[in-house]
Design a protein around this ligand. Structure first.
Ligand code: HEM
Length: 238
C-alpha cells in the first residue's frame, strides 16, 4: 500500500482498495477462530458485596466471517461474534456479548469490539503478526480511539478503567482466552480485577461470507447466486 511516510493510508481518504471476496482466506491471526465453539471449563471472578465471587461457566461462542469492510483506503477482514454463557446446568444467561473481531493486513492490527447488555461498549486493539498464535487487545476509559463507554450507573458504581484480552490458538485446534477488566468500586482501596478465562473447542465450521458464497456460485455457473445478484435482486449486473 502507498504511504506518505506517516500514515499507511496515503493522502487519498476516499478511494477504496479492491480486497478479496473470500474473508476466511484473509483473516491473518484470526483465521483459526472462525467457526462455532463450545467450552465448559470457563472461570469468572466478579465483584460481590463481600469482595469477590468465583464461578465456573459454560460458553457457546460463534464467530462468522463478514464481507470485507472499507473506510476509504482502510481495509478490514473480520468475524462477527456472539458469545453466550451460562452456569453449568442452568438456562439463565450468565453473560452475553456481541461484536466483531477485525484484521487489518496493511497495519498488522487486530481490532475488537464488545457490547454487553449491562449497557456497556468498548473498542480495543493490538498489534499481531499475520501468523501469530497469541495476540492481545486493550482498551482504556477516556481514550477517544480504543476506549470504554459505560452507562451512568455503571460509570459511577463499577467504573471500568481498562480492558485487556489475550487470545492463544492452541496446537490441538482449540483456542483460549484470558480477559480482565479493572473496575473502580466506591469504598474499595484498589481497582477490582474482574477476570475470565476459557478454552473453546470447535463444534461446527464457519459459514463462508456472502461475497465468498457469491463468488463460489458464479464459478460454478450458478447465476442465481452471482455477486451481481447479491447486490441487485434482479440479478442484473450492478
Ligand atoms: C466471560 C465473561 C464474563 C462473565 C461471565 C461476567 C460475569 C459477570 C457477573 C456474574 C457479574 C456480577 C453481576 C451482578 O452481581 O450483578 C459481572 C459484573 C460486571 N461485569 Fe462482567 N462478566 C464477563 C465479562 C465482562 C466484560 C468483558 C466486561 C467489560 C469489559 C464486564 C463488565 C462488568 C461490569 C462493569 C460489572 C459490574 C456490575 C455489577 O457487578 O453488577 N464483564 N460480570
Amino acid at each position: 500500500m502507498e504511504t506518505n511516510g506517516e500514515s499507511p493510508y496515503g493522502t487519498d481518504i476516499y478511494t477504496e482498495p479492491d480486497g478479496d471476496p473470500d474473508t476466511i482466506a484473509n483473516l491473518g491471526p484470526l483465521a483459526p477462530l472462525a467457526g462455532i465453539w463450545e467450552g465448559s471449563k470457563g472461570v469468572d471472578v466478579h465483584p460481590a458485596v463481600d469482595g469477590a465471587e468465583e464461578n465456573e461457566f459454560v460458553e457457546h461462542y460463534e464467530l462468522q466471517p463478514i464481507d470485507r469492510q472499507t473506510n476509504g483506503p482502510q481495509l478490514f477482514y473480520g468475524l462477527r461474534y456472539h458469545t453466550h454463557i451460562v452456569k453449568p446446568g442452568e438456562v439463565e444467561t450468565f453473560h452475553d456479548q456481541i461484536g466483531y473481531w477485525l484484521w487489518e493486513p496493511a497495519t498488522n492490527t487486530v481490532t475488537f469490539t464488545l457490547a454487553i447488555p449491562r449497557g456497556q461498549v468498548l473498542l480495543a486493539a493490538g498489534p499481531a503478526a499475520p501468523d501469530a498464535t497469541t495476540f492481545e487487545v486493550t482498551a482504556a476509559v477516556g481514550s477517544e480511539t480504543y476506549g470504554i463507554l459505560s452507562n451512568p450507573f455503571l460509570d459511577q458504581a463499577f467504573r471500568t478503567l481498562s480492558y485487556r484480552m489475550v487470545v492463544t490458538v492452541n496446537a490441538d485446534g482449540t483456542w483460549s482466552y484470558e480477559e480482565e477488566a479493572q473496575l473502580v468500586i466506591p469504598g474499595r482501596d484498589e481497582p477490582f480485577r474482574h477476570a475470565d478465562h476459557n478454552t473453546l473447542t470447535r463444534i461446527a465450521p464457519p459459514t463462508p461470507n456472502p461475497l465468498a458464497q457469491g463468488a463460489a456460485g458464479a464459478a460454478a455457473g450458478d447465476t442465481s447466486l452471482g455477486i451481481g445478484s447479491l447486490r441487485n435482486p434482479d440479478g442484473a449486473a450492478s
